[in-house]
Design a protein around this ligand. Structure first.
Ligand SMILES: Cc1cc2nc3c(=O)[nH]c(=O)nc-3n(C[C@H](O)[C@H](O)[C@H](O)COP(=O)(O)OP(=O)(O)OC[C@H]3O[C@@H](n4cnc5c(N)ncnc54)[C@H](O)[C@@H]3O)c2cc1C
Ligand SMILES: NC(=O)c1ccc[n+]([C@@H]2O[C@H](COP(=O)([O-])OP(=O)(O)OC[C@H]3O[C@@H](n4cnc5c(N)ncnc54)[C@H](O)[C@@H]3O)[C@@H](O)[C@H]2O)c1
Length: 501
């Protein structure tokens, strides 16, 4: 007979399923400055996908590629670098340092230091405020939450059900971020952020024949069209074949092995693509989107059906799960489907943690438009940097998205290469900036920057968008000379000219 009586050692105020950055942050914010207790249930590594198979290793692989690209276009450095490629073993070793060789002891130390316990195993809901954890040895433990359960299980890579593709055991983001060998010929399926970043480092690490197959008419289709066009041009300049509006129809890999993560998973692969094209490669990378990890989460035990939201858990702006009464179930991070980005998941974690704490203390929730108790950022204020070469940074909607949302839109664009600060960074600078303005309030709705070293420019636009800074006020935010930030001045001058004519 199962004993369902809650025992003190199995009861916490907050139980979080999933130890990625959003899960860690929600636990921290829910307990800090109080005597509340929290536990993170984690089936793999505390730190989540971001730390070991996504953000950190990918950015560690991309930085040397970017530095070499800049050096090759910088007289005085160019002659020293010559045509030498990257020191691949050194790049991979540095990458492994950033993933702590897949050891999460420092993350666990951090959690424990913040007053958060860690329980290893697969967690699933087993009724209200109850989580069942299955450990790797098969033992099952039941955890109870006094205040809240938070779902933070993230997503996994989607591998489309195309003839022969799954049987070919293609690489996913896990393999390509943790690659241990560089295949000679690679075909990338997808044209989004993962596909474009991975193609950038695969090319930089020495893949000799690289093909990108995207089902969309261009790359990075959620951005302004010029962003994808500039990235596509850079790929082609480096000899990468990019096929847009194209689909993989069939994959044939007669010999498959289980060499493990980041190693080539078998013999040559023949890929049939729309239009009768066939490509033979040594590995396929599938970067065709993500699937929420809700399939084995016990959602039915609390009457939750996510089939209508493609498996994502729908939340309100306090990150409380919709469709479950009692304000005890929350969700943060990728699983909400709100914005699949670490910084946005952490933002949600801060809000949900503060909401749990306020509700536990009996304090009223502050839900004004810029409240710390309300997710307003993903309502058109999401910043993102794609670390391709050139980089793509944006916040808020593109012109098309803003028009579709019904705004009275005015736009202005300028070539970033024309700014002194950019031309100093390297020869042959390629870049462009665009502002999307709400004519009725004369404030920024969105901004996009493409070019070398524009990543840090995004935050200035985010401050302007979130703060509702008017274009009139922006004239007095004087950018330093000679920095890339002078693009702000050029955009304002163009706008003034546009308005005069
Ligand atoms: C290649 C790549 C590069 C990326 N680069 C960036 C970037 O540069 N910047 C950026 O902002 N975003 C980036 N992202 C997106 C970012 O990785 C995600 O937005 C982020 O990891 C989401 O955090 P999460 O905690 O929701 O999910 P995850 O990081 O996936 O963490 C979820 C955790 O929950 C655990 N878990 C799942 N189910 C259970 C269960 N039932 N029981 C117990 N534990 C469970 C998992 O093991 C995992 O540790 C990238 C993604 C990819 C694929
Ligand atoms: N630097 C960053 O911020 C960063 C880096 C990587 C990932 N991420 C996040 O991770 C998430 C997942 O990224 P992603 O690139 O996997 O997904 P995505 O949804 O951004 O892009 C997937 C792309 O694959 C295409 N596609 C789907 N099926 C296809 C098929 N059968 N053949 C050819 N193309 C196909 C889609 O049209 C789409 O363009 C994104 O939401 C992104 O925000 C962020």
């Amino acid at each position: 007979m199962t004993d369902n009586t809650p025992h003190a050692e199995d009861t916490w105020d907050v139980v979080v399923i999933g130890g990625g950055p959003p899960g860690e942050i929600v636990a921290q914010y829910a307990v800090q400055g109080s005597d509340r207790t929290a536990v993170i249930v984690e089936k793999e590594l505390v730190g989540g996908e971001c730390s070991y198979w996504a953000c950190m290793p990918s950015k560690a692989l991309l930085r040397p590629v970017e530095v070499l690209e800049t050096a090759r276009n910088l007289p005085g450095v160019q002659s020293i670098v010559g045509s030498a490629g990257l020191d691949v073993p050194a790049v991979l070793e540095r990458r492994d340092g950033f993933t702590s060789h897949h050891d999460d002891k420092y993350q666990v130390q951090w959690a424990n230091g913040a007053g958060i316990d860690v329980v290893r195993g697969h967690g699933r809901l087993a009724g209200e405020r109850t989580v069942e954890v299955t450990a790797s040895d098969g033992t099952v433990r039941t955890l109870h939450a006094r205040r809240a359960v938070v779902l933070a299980p993230g997503t996994t890579a989607t591998v489309p059900d195309l003839p022969g593709l799954r049987a070919a055991r293609p690489w996913t983001s896990r393999d390509v971020t943790n690659l241990h060998e560089v295949p000679r010929r690679v075909l990338v399926v997808g044209g989004g952020v993962v596909a474009c970043e991975a193609a950038t480092w695969l090319q930089g690490l020495g893949v000799q024949e690289l093909t990108v197959v995207s089902s969309t008419p261009g790359l990075l289709s959620r951005n302004e069209p010029f962003a994808g066009e500039l990235v596509l041009q850079a790929f082609r300049d480096h000899g990468t074949t990019v096929l847009t509006d194209a689909r993989v129809e069939k994959v044939d890999r007669p010999q498959v092995n289980d060499a493990g993560e980041g190693h080539v998973h078998g013999g040559p692969v023949t890929v049939s693509i729309t239009g009768g094209r066939q490509v033979e490669v040594d590995e396929i990378l599938v970067a065709a989107g993500r699937t929420p990890a809700t399939r084995d989460l016990g959602l039915d035990s609390v009457g939750l059906d996510v089939s209508g939201s493609k498996g994502y858990v729908t939340t309100d702006d306090q990150l409380t799960v919709e469709g479950v009464g009692g304000d005890w179930l929350y969700a943060v991070g990728d699983v909400t489907g709100r914005a699949l980005l670490t910084h946005m998941g952490k933002y949600q974690g801060r809000i949900a943690g503060a909401v749990i704490a306020a509700r536990a203390d009996g304090r009223p929730l502050d839900d004004g438009p810029f409240s710390r108790h309300r997710d307003v950022a993903d309502d058109g204020r999401v910043p993102q940097v794609t670390f391709t070469s050139p980089e793509v940074g944006s916040v808020g909607p593109s012109e098309e998205q803003a028009r579709k949302a019904g705004h009275d839109v005015e736009v202005v664009e300028h070539d970033i290469a024309a700014v002194a600060g950019a031309s100093l960074l390297r020869d042959g600078y390629v870049g462009r900036a665009k502002l999307v303005i709400d004519r009725s309030t004369d404030t920024l709705l969105g901004a996009t920057f493409v070019g070398t070293d524009i990543a840090e420019l995004v935050q200035s636009a985010t401050v302007a968008v979130v703060g509702g800074v008017t274009l009139e006020q922006l004239w007095h935010a004087v950018p330093s000379y000679p920095t890339v930030s002078e693009i702000w001045l050029k955009l304002l001058e163009d706008l003034a000219e546009q308005r005069r004519s």
